[in-house]
Design a protein around this ligand. Structure first.
Ligand SMILES: Nc1ncnc2c1ncn2[C@@H]1O[C@H](COP(=O)(O)OP(=O)(O)OP(=O)(O)O)[C@@H](O)[C@H]1O
Ligand SMILES: [Zn+2]
Length: 826
C-alpha cells in the first residue's frame, strides 16, 4: 500500500500537495477531500508513491476518497496537463474547471453546543427565562430549544435545527456570535442527481404520548405505506417542527433519494430546420472533405471559411450524423450566445435524445446531471459553450467549433484557456478530425490554413443563390458639414429605414454600447464621472416609462466593469458645476430616438440590459421571427448568427470607436463585427442592404468589410502583424500585476521590470511595465507587461522563470495574472 498521494488542488500555486493515505487507497484520477490551510478542499489524485518526505515535513491524511475509479479519463488528464503547461496555470485549477461537479460536494455548516451555551442552558433551567435579552420571549425559547437539542454534544445542520426548533439562520448566527454555539464547515458528498427528502415511518414498537399534529402525521404516513416526500408533508399543512420532533424521537427517519429524472420533452419548433433542406453543391463539397477525414481517421484540422448565410450549420449537422451512423460521438462548440433555443430546437429535432446541452445557465446540479449522462455514453451529440470542450465524451469522433473567431471562447479567468485551441489539441490527442467554422476566421486560424496546417474548405456562396448584401458607407464628416448638426442617425439611414418599414420588411441597427450615454462629462472642469472602483467612465442608464423591454433597470449611472451604481448627480462631483453633459449614444438612447423618429415602428432592443437569460433571448427572437418587431436596435449581440429572414436593412451606427482602442486586434474586431452584422441582411427571399456610418471611411478594416473582401483584409492585416511582431507571427503573453495598494503594484512592476532587463532575454520582446489600459478595476490597481516571443517554448520558459523570481521576491502568485495568447489586452 503506497503511503502517500500527490493531489492537485484548486489553489493559485504551481505545485501539487502530498497527503498521507489513511485507510482507503485512492486511484490516480480520483477526487479526494483533503485539509488545506484550515479548509477542506476537493482535489484530484495525480500520483501514488512512497517517496520519503523531506526532513521535518509532515503530511496530513486524506480525509475522504470520493471516487472509486478515475473521474477523468487518461485523455482528459493529458489534456489538463497540456493546459497547465501551455497556459502556465496550476493543474488543480485546470482540473477544477474541467469537473463541473462542485455540486456533488456541497459545503455545509453544522452547529455544535459550546461551553458558554451549556452554561446558559443549565442556568436558564434553574432560573427560568428571566435573563435580560433583546430577543422576544419566543426567540428566547427557541434559543433554549436549540441548546437543548444540541445538549448531548452532537452536531446538526441549520435545516435540522429549524425543523426541530423553528430557530432561523439569523437566530443561530446570533448564538454563534454570543459563543453559545460553534459553527463548523463540513463537506459532504452527494449523488449527482437531484435528491429528494423522504420521511420514512420507523418500524414501531411502542407509541409514546403524541400531540394532535404528530398523530396526524404518523397516521398519514402509515396510510401511504410508510413513506412520503417531505415536500408533500408540508403541503398537508403539518408544521416542519412536528416532523422534526418525530425524527428526534426516533419515530420517523429521513432519507435522501434521487429525484425522478426529469427533462422537458417539448422543444421549440420554429421554421424549417437546416437539416431539412437538401444540401447544395458547395455544402456537399464541404461535407465530403470532412467525411473523408472522418473515414480516414487521424488528426485532421479543417478551417471551414463560409460566408454569412452560406449554410454552415447544415454541414455540421450532416457531418455529426455521419459520425453518429458510425457509432461515434460528436462535440459542437458554440459561442456563449450561439446556443439559442432555435439551435437547441434544431438539435433535438435532428438527434432527439442523443443530445446533451451544456451552457452557462445550467444550475450546478443540472450541469452535473448532463456530465454524468455524457460520461455514461448516453449522449452522443454534445453541444455546448466554451467549457463543454472538457465534456467526458465516450468515443468522441469529431469536434466542431462554430464561429471559431468568437472571443467568448477565451476564458478570462484562470485557467485562461482558449476553447478553440483546446478543442484542436483534444482532437490531436484523440487523433480525430476537427472543424473550425466561421465567416470571419481569426487571423491565427487563417494563417494556420495558409501554412497548410489546417486544410481550408471554402463556401463562397449564400444558400439558394441569395446575393450578399450591398454595403454602402455613409461619411459622417460630410453629413456634419451638410447638416451642420451632430446627428446620431444620418439622413440616408433614416430614409432607408422608413422605406424598409413601409415595405413591410425589417431593419436592424447596431449601436455597440449599452445604456443611454456612455460618458458623463462636466463642461466646466472637463472631468468625466468615473466609477469609484474602476478607472472607467460610468454609463448613464435612463429610466424609460414607455419601455416594453424585458428587464429595465431604473435611472442611474453604472460601471460596466464592477457593476457599481450611483444616482445621477445634479452637479459635477468635482467642481459642483451644473453643466453636466451626456456624450456617446448607447443602445438605450438609440431605441428612444428611433421611437420618436418612427412612432409607428414596432421597436425591440437587444443588449445585456434586455437579454439577461436564454429565455429573454428566446422571446426577443420569437417576436422578430413573427414580425412582431420590425425595427431592432442593439449591441454586437444582434450581429451573432441570427437568421431572421425578414431583415433587409442593417444600419451600423458607431462601430468606429473600437478602431481607436489600444489593442492590436482592434482592426480585426471591427472587420469581424461589420462583416457579421452585415451578414444579418438579406437572408430570406429579398436581398439585403447595409449602411455603415463612419468617421473613418478610408480605414482598411471598413473598406474591406464594405467590399466583403475577407482575403484582402487578412492579407493587409497579416502584413501589419508581421511588422509589429504580433500574433500570429509571434506568441504573446500579457502579464498583469495587481494590488489594491498602488505602491505595491508599482513596486512589484519595477522589480519584475528590472529582472526582465537584467536577464536580457534572447528572442523575446518585453513591453512595459506600463499602467494597464484600464488602470484600476474593482479597486485593484493594474500594471502590465506584454511579452512577445518567436518561439512558444522560449515564452513558456521565461514566464516560469519570472514566476519563480516573483516567488523569491515575495510577490504573491495571485497578484500576477499570466495570460498566454491574450485576446484582450485591456
Ligand atoms: N441547402 C440549403 N438550401 C436552402 N436553404 C438552406 C440550405 N442550407 C441551409 N439553409 C438555410 O440557410 C440559412 C442560413 O444557414 P446558416 O444559419 O447555417 O448560415 P451560416 O453559414 O451559419 O451563416 P452565419 O455565419 O451568418 O451564421 C438557414 O435559414 C438555413 O435553414
Ligand atoms: Zn467599476
Amino acid at each position: 500500500m503506497p503511503a502517500f498521494c500527490d493531489v492537485a488542488l484548486p489553489v493559485p500555486l504551481d505545485q501539487n500537495f502530498t497527503y498521507a493515505i489513511d485507510g482507503v487507497v485512492p486511484v490516480v484520477g480520483a477526487r479526494v477531500l483533503v485539509p488545506f490551510s484550515g479548509q477542506r478542499l476537493m482535489g484530484v489524485v495525480i500520483r501514488l508513491h512512497d517517496d520519503p518526505l523531506p526532513e521535518g515535513v509532515q503530511t496530513k491524511p486524506v480525509q475522504q476518497v470520493l471516487d472509486s475509479t478515475a473521474i477523468l479519463t487518461d485523455e482528459l488528464m493529458r489534456l489538463a496537463a497540456w493546459i497547465a503547461q501551455y497556459y502556465v496555470a496550476p493543474l488543480g485549477e485546470v482540473l477544477r474547471g474541467m469537473l463541473p461537479l462542485a455540486a456533488e460536494v456541497k459545503r455545509n455548516f453544522v452547529y455544535r453546543i459550546a461551553e458558554p451555551g451549556r452554561k446558559v442552558l443549565y442556568q436558564g433551567a434553574e432560573k427560568g427565562s428571566s435573563r435580560r435579552s433583546r430577543l422576544s420571549p419566543e426567540d428566547q425559547n427557541r434559543e433554549y430549544a436549540v441548546l437543548n437539542y444540541l445538549e448531548d454534544g452532537t452536531t446538526a445542520k441549520a435545516s435540522a435545527l429549524r425543523a426541530a426548533t423553528q430557530a432561523n439562520k439569523a437566530l443561530l448566527d446570533g448564538m454563534v456570535k454570543k459563543k453559545w454555539l460553534i459553527r463548523e464547515a463540513v463537506a459532504e458528498e452527494r449523488d449527482a442527481r437531484r435528491l429528494e427528502r423522504v420521511a420514512v415511518l420507523a418500524p414501531e414498537t411502542r407509541l409514546p404520548k403524541l400531540n394532535a399534529n404528530q398523530t396526524t402525521l404518523l397516521a398519514e404516513l402509515a396510510a401511504v405505506g410508510g413513506r412520503m416526500k417531505v415536500a408533500d408533508i408540508r403541503s398537508l399543512g403539518i408544521p416542519d417542527s412536528t416532523l422534526g420532533t418525530l425524527v428526534k424521537r426516533g419515530l420517523v427517519t429521513i432519507e435522501e433519494v434521487p429525484e425522478d429524472f426529469f427533462r422537458s420533452s417539448t422543444h421549440p419548433v420554429g421554421k424549417k430546420h437546416a437539416h431539412e433542406h437538401p444540401l447544395n453543391e458547395s455544402q456537399l463539397e464541404a461535407l465530403s472533405s470532412i467525411v473523408i477525414s472522418i473515414n480516414q481517421k487521424g488528426f485532421r484540422p479543417h478551417l471551414l471559411f463560409g460566408i454569412t448565410g452560406s449554410g454552415k450549420t447544415a454541414v455540421y449537422f450532416a457531418a455529426m450524423q455521419r459520425v453518429l451512423d458510425q457509432g461515434h460521438a460528436s462535440l459542437l462548440l458554440v459561442p456563449e450566445i450561439g446556443l439559442t433555443p432555435a439551435m437547441s430546437g434544431q438539435m433535438y429535432a435532428a438527434f432527439g435524445d442523443a443530445v446533451a446541452l451544456l451552457h452557462s445557465q445550467l444550475t450546478p446540479d443540472e450541469r452535473a446531471e448532463q456530465w454524468h449522462r455524457i460520461r455514461r455514453g448516453e449522449a452522443r451529440i454534445v453541444v455546448g459553450t466554451r467549457s463543454a470542450v472538457f465534456a467526458p465524451i465516450v468515443d468522441l469522433g469529431l469536434i466542431i467549433v462554430d464561429e471559431e473567431h468568437d472571443s467568448s471562447y477565451k476564458q478570462e479567468e484562470t485557467p485562461r484557456y482558449h476553447g478553440r485551441d483546446v478543442a484542436v489539441m483534444r482532437a490531436k490527442f484523440l487523433e480525430i478530425p476537427v472543424v473550425l467554422g466561421s465567416a470571419t476566421p481569426s487571423l491565427e486560424s487563417w494563417s494556420n490554413a495558409e501554412k497548410g496546417r489546417y486544410s481550408l474548405i471554402e463556401m463562397r456562396q449564400r444558400v439558394a443563390n441569395r446575393p450578399i448584401p450591398a454595403v454602402e458607407l455613409v461619411d459622417m464628416r460630410t453629413e456634419f458639414q451638410q447638416t451642420g448638426q451632430e446627428n446620431l442617425f444620418s439622413r440616408q439611414l433614416l430614409l432607408e429605414t422608413q422605406a424598409t418599414l413601409d415595405r413591410g420588411e425589417q431593419a436592424i441597427i447596431l449601436l455597440n454600447r449599452r445604456g443611454y450615454s456612455f460618458v458623463v462629462m462636466c463642461r466646466s472642469c472637463g472631468d468625466k464621472i468615473q466609477c469609484e472602483n474602476c478607472a472607467i467612465s460610468m454609463t448613464f442608464h435612463k429610466h424609460l416609462n414607455n419601455d416594453t423591454s424585458i428587464a429595465e433597470p431604473g435611472e442611474r449611472l453604472q460601471c460596466h466593469y464592477c457593476g457599481f451604481r450611483r444616482n445621477v448627480p445634479k452637479t459635477c462631483p468635482t467642481c459642483q458645476s451644473e453643466h453636466l453633459y451626456y456624450l456617446g449614444a448607447g443602445s438605450q438612447q438609440g431605441e428612444e430616438r428611433l421611437q420618436e423618429l418612427f412612432p409607428n415602428a414596432r421597436i425591440g432592443r437587444m443588449d445585456r440590459d434586455t437579454v439577461r437569460g436564454r429565455m429573454d433571448m428566446e422571446r426577443l427572437l420569437a417576436r422578430l421571427h413573427a414580425g412582431e418587431i420590425n425595427l431592432l436596435v442593439g449591441t454586437q449581440m444582434i450581429a451573432k448568427g441570427h437568421d431572421i429572414h425578414g431583415v433587409t436593412l442593417v444600419g451600423v451606427v458607431g462601430a468606429d470607436f473600437a478602431l481607436g482602442l489600444p489593442d492590436f486586434r482592434a482592426a480585426e474586431r471591427t472587420f469581424q463585427l461589420l462583416t457579421q452584422v452585415s451578414g444579418r441582411a438579406g437572408r430570406g427571399d429579398l436581398p439585403g442592404k447595409v449602411l455603415v456610418q463612419t468617421y473613418h471611411p478610408d480605414h482598411y478594416a471598413i473598406q474591406f468589410a464594405a467590399n466583403h473582401d475577407y482575403p484582402g483584409f487578412v492579407a493587409k492585416e497579416l502584413q501589419y502583424r508581421r511588422w509589429m511582431h504580433y500574433p500570429p507571427f509571434a506568441v504573446l503573453a500579457n502579464i498583469i500585476i495587481q494590488s489594491p495598494k498602488l505602491e505595491e503594484a508599482t513596486a512589484w512592476s519595477a522589480t519584475l521590470g528590472k529582472w526582465f532587463e537584467r536577464t536580457r532575454l534572447d528572442k523575446i520582446r518585453v513591453l512595459g511595465p506600463a499602467a494597464a489600459p484600464i488602470s484600476r478595476i474593482k479597486r485593484i490597481y493594474r500594471f502590465h507587461f506584454v511579452l512577445k516571443a518567436e518561439q512558444r517554448n522560449t515564452l513558456s520558459r521565461t514566464l516560469r522563470a519570472m514566476l519563480a523570481y516573483a516567488d523569491t521576491h515575495e510577490i504573491p502568485r495571485r497578484s500576477l495574472i499570466v495570460d498566454v495568447d491574450a485576446v484582450h489586452l485591456m
